[in-house]
Design a protein around this ligand. Sequence first.
Ligand code: HEM
Length: 320
Amino acid sequence: MLKDWTRFCDLSAKGGTMSLGDNPLVPPTDTGETLELPPSRLTATLGFGPSFFLREGVDRFGIAPTMPLHLKDIPRMARENIDPGISGGDVCLQICADDQQVAFHAVRNLIRLSTGRASLKWMQEGFASGTAGQTPRNLFGFKDGTANQLHDSAQGHDEVVWAGNDEPSWMRGGSYMAYRKIQMKLESWDRTSLSDQEATFGRSKVSGAAFGAHAEFDKVDAAKLPERSHVRLAKESKQQIHRRAYSYTDKVDPRTGNVDAGLLFISYQRDPDRQFVPMLRLMQNNDALNAYVSHVASAMFACPAGLQPGQYFGQRILES
Ligand code: HEM
């Protein structure tokens, strides 16, 4: 399955399709909905969950010794409302493209290629939108991703994002992906005054500047931010992570008529035990943002380093 997935992703990212008209008596190999479409910057990022290596103590594939050092489920946190049906999993595929039809075509055909070999546990669509070169905004209307600039260099990525030399060889140069689906209570937020909205983050809504600063990327003086504000707490953790969040909109809650919408929080980090988990704990306990959000799904995956030509997803784990 991992070999088939690799071949499919390689082909699709270059704008190719699997054959369509090979045999009139069987369904076409490719579903066909991207035939005239460009590849639209399609990417596939693969991650392995803790249960891929060990499920209830059983080493199903004989690979437990190659498990990455920090791969474990995110521990339970205060105030969360996690639905196990849309959390965790053995393998995760994050598919991104500039065109939703291209992204879904990949998802759909990857599911078909897994038939009889794996089953789909959950799927979540999301979107991110913004002007090129500018930080995108989340559904609370705030610029989201500003602080990634702090480690925007090769050395910064080595320190914050890429897994180190103490990891099993396949994981070196890969990264841990933390995932939280976070419902955002848009109705309460939209009734909150602008000054309270800004105090929740400690940043100006329009410019993105931190309190006490003038522009989005000016240095943040944590002491000038409200004590329980989101950005101040993140600073107090003294850790950095690389955030790449998407928004989602799902459906209407029939009881309240409210829209189920929020943030697909995704962060990449070198060591979730040191960087992500303590930060999340601090926030779940104290963050002013908690009045407006609820964490409903959770997962941690280990994403191997990028493939060399001729390699397939997971090869260095399964053939080690
Ligand atoms: C719905 C939930 C969330 C929303 C709406 C949100 C939104 C924001 C916004 C607007 C900023 C300021 C601009 C920026 O630097 O990007 C920010 C910063 C940040 N957030 Fe969140 N965030 C959420 C959840 C989380 C979670 C779960 C974590 C990690 C546990 C997190 C970690 C951070 C960090 C590390 C920063 C950068 C702080 C700095 O160093 O300046 N956020 N977030």
